[in-house]
Design a protein around this ligand. Sequence first.
Ligand code: TMP
Length: 227
Amino acid sequence: MADKTLAHSGSSFKGRFITFEGGEGVGKSTQALRLRERLEHHGIEVVLTREPGGAPGAEAIRGLLVTGGTDKWTPMTETLLHYAARRDHLDRTVLPALRAGKWVICDRYADSTLAYQGYAQGLGVDRILDLHKIVTDNFWPDFTLLLNGGASLGLERARMRQKTETGQQREDRYERMGKGFHEKLREAFLDIAAKNPQRITVIAAEGRVDDVEERIWQCVKDRFGLE
Ligand code: TMP
């Protein structure tokens, strides 16, 4: 029998589902943390999570995706792994939190699959949208913040971050996919945003972290009517 648990949009829950999207090293994780603090100041309970990952099984799948050779998977296999991780994450982390009235902030979601696998790896948007319907019952965020910054600036920041990581296998498989790949991604995300203007707001990621935080907060406040 079909599992109907996902047959709702985020907005039918008391909690809200907010995602951050963008290329490598544009500051998503920092801004996701800061948004959590802001919301918590408003007395909102927040679960901060990420994709791929965010639940034990999904984190195990993440390991397969973010380490090793860049041509380790074909685009379809890679997409299926992301969707296996996504379903696990929804079942174990995102949906239980939303049902409990908590807000969920997620560092990446399905727009990343559209941009990385659909556009940049050439699988095509339609196949991913079909898969999204099958795997998630077409479950999309209430609101998505797309951090838009220069591709080379982002890659540099991401590499700096890698250098400070110690003791585990480097999670840099996507960062090694080349500058052309990352430039395509930026265009891809902007195209996805243009096609989903109700859900996605583009935020300029350049400038001081505090300024970016303020831009994001204004958008979130307006969107959800917070004071
Ligand atoms: P992170 O470094 O932002 O945590 O993400 C890990 C990598 O996974 C990042 O380079 C983007 C990539 N990715 C995809 O290719 N497709 C997806 O669906 C998701 C969620 C991430």
